[in-house]
Design a protein around this ligand. Sequence first.
Ligand code: 5GP
Length: 141
Amino acid sequence: MPYANENIFAKIIRGDIPSYRVFEDEQTLAFMDVMPQVPGHTLVIPKFPAENLLDVDPDYLAATILVTQRVAGAVKEAFEAPGIMIAQLNGSAAGQTVFHLHFHILPRHDGLEFKLHARDMEDGAVLEAHAQRIRAALDSR
Ligand code: 5GP
């Protein structure tokens, strides 16, 4: 399947639709998932038109995984999470629903289950408050 320029994350990169951003540089963007599986669920994407891990430019992949590590540390601190889960799906058979490469960052706490994938839309004010907490943790590093 060829990369679709109209997918939702391509629109977010272009600024055609809003997002709750926590970090951005020339090659990458990190923002809140609008249907979080847990509070603090963050996504990191390359600014490269790749559907998945298998077709991304290696330089962009390297930049994206380094930013994933950095943002994961900030999410861990901001949400006082003893555990951090990183997830990345390739192809609809694997459960991928948005066809622009992305890494999920989920803060995890003992005994606290995560919600089903891409189900309940979170309130914008909550997402902005969570993004602020993560930005503050990034700034303090
Ligand atoms: P996938 O299923 O492809 O691994 O994950 C796609 C993720 O994108 C889901 O967790 C879903 O909640 C999230 N998502 C879908 N549409 C939007 C959107 O418009 N904005 C943001 N920020 N996240 C979205």
